[in-house]
Design a protein around this ligand. Sequence first.
Ligand SMILES: O=C(O)CCC(=O)C(=O)O
Length: 176
Amino acid sequence: MFSQLEKETQWLHPSYENSDGRVVHLPRLTANYGDRSYNYSGLTFQPQPWTPLLSELRHLAEDLTGASFNALILQYYRDGSDGVGWHSDDDPCVAPTTTIVSMSFGETRRFEFRHKENHDERLGLDIHGGDIVVMQGDLQKHYKHRVPKEKGKGGRINLTFRDVIEELGESASDSI
Ligand SMILES: O=C(O)CCC(=O)C(=O)O
């Protein structure tokens, strides 16, 4: 699954201007598939159409949760120097209590949650290839999550299936 996704996905490596005015690339590759565009890390992506493999995984996510998904974001952490910083998936283009299904393939990576106000309230999970995490309810309202950089790691691909209710919502930009 990892090799097929790595090979078939139309990966992007977006850049943005950081707070020092320097243009830097996201520390990972990314892609957006599905029926709706999604604003992510302050960037808007034009979605690619569902492929047979991604449609199959979408149906799996829908069967698992009873939710429906019209957008998919893929992240490719090429090695341990790639990651994603603290953020919550509370972009205005998804409902506040939306269900998000996250599927991972390849290397095991740490996935951490932290309460937005009480930073001591934390949870860390080791997410292995083939694991599925379902985020739902008030989770995005109260918690942020991240995938920290971890030395010595190989490639990992993560898919998050989402239900976009409104196009082109502004997104939080703290997830670079
Ligand atoms: O790679 C992961 O497990 C998380 C990805 C993520 O946080 C996101 O796509 O918003």
